[in-house]
Design a protein around this ligand. Structure first.
Ligand code: ZN
Length: 252
């Protein structure tokens, strides 16, 4: 392929040597890509804007192990994501989800669009935690792990009046199918909110108003869902929980 141009979001950046930076990018045309930006930390470098959570138009050269950034043109900076600690923590979690749920060079334009819309929601929206719930649902669905929400994931019957969310069963389960451990009880209203978020457009997410109890149930269910599919608890959750004081109730 040699040279190619694409839009890309920087998911993660690490300093390399004196002047270089190692990047994990999510690109529109190639999906997740690892790349090096040579000389980016030199004064006067022409490679601008290659900070975490920025959207840029890049020209890259495909290498055997790492691609190389040849040119970069910043498009959107999402500055609040680097200036507000709570938003930074939320964006770090979003980036970790995208990196963890995707394979290299497996492009999904829909996932790319969701990532960009998610960055905008986290940068400007009034409720970054609710936005994260939406993003957990949407990104896992786009990565091929859509939870069953419209019926019991195990028996296919109605979720019933006492539904629960069980990641190992694939989503919502009825009371009769609920496993002994590893399930989160859901109030019927919480299940309705999950269904709403699973189908929502990004711009509609924040019309949802949740009680503290529904927030906590939804967070436990969806953090459990992504952890199950990542096969680990996301590292950035610790940072997020440290910043949101109601975290024990709201996040895990
Ligand atoms: Zn069932």
């Amino acid at each position: 392929m040699g040279l190619y141009r694409t839009e890309a979001v920087v998911l993660r950046a690490r300093e390399l040597g004196e002047t270089d930076r190692l990047l994990v990018l999510y690109t529109r045309s190639e999906g997740k890509v690892r790349a090096v930006a040579k000389g980016v930390r030199r004064p006067g470098s022409r490679l601008a804007g290659l900070e975490p959570f920025t959207l840029s138009e890049l020209q890259l050269f495909q290498g055997r192990e790492l691609d190389r950034v040849i040119q970069s043109q910043p498009r959107r900076g999402f500055r609040p994501l680097r200036e507000d600690l709570g938003r930074l923590a939320a964006a770090s979690y979003l980036a970790e989800l995208v990196e963890g749920l995707t394979a290299e060079r497996d492009p999904s334009p829909a996932l790319f669009q969701t990532l960009v819309a998610g960055m905008a929601l986290l940068a400007q929206g009034p409720d970054p935690l609710l936005a994260l719930r939406f993003l957990e649902l949407r990104l896992s669905a786009l990565a091929g792990f859509q939870p069953v929400l419209d019926r019991c994931a195990r028996c296919g019957g109605e979720a019933g009046p006492r539904p629960a969310f069980a990641p190992a069963e694939g989503g919502v389960v009825c009371a009769g199918c609920r496993p002994v451990s590893g399930a989160v009880s859901l109030a019927p209203g919480t299940l309705a909110s999950l269904r709403f978020l699973a189908a929502a457009q990004p711009g509609r997410v924040e019309v949802l108003r949740l009680t503290a109890g529904a927030n906590a149930e939804m967070a436990r269910a969806l953090v459990g869902w992504v952890s199950y599919h990542l096969e680990r608890r996301p590292r950035s959750l610790d940072f997020l929980e440290a910043l949101y004081l109601d975290a024990p109730r709201g996040l895990c």
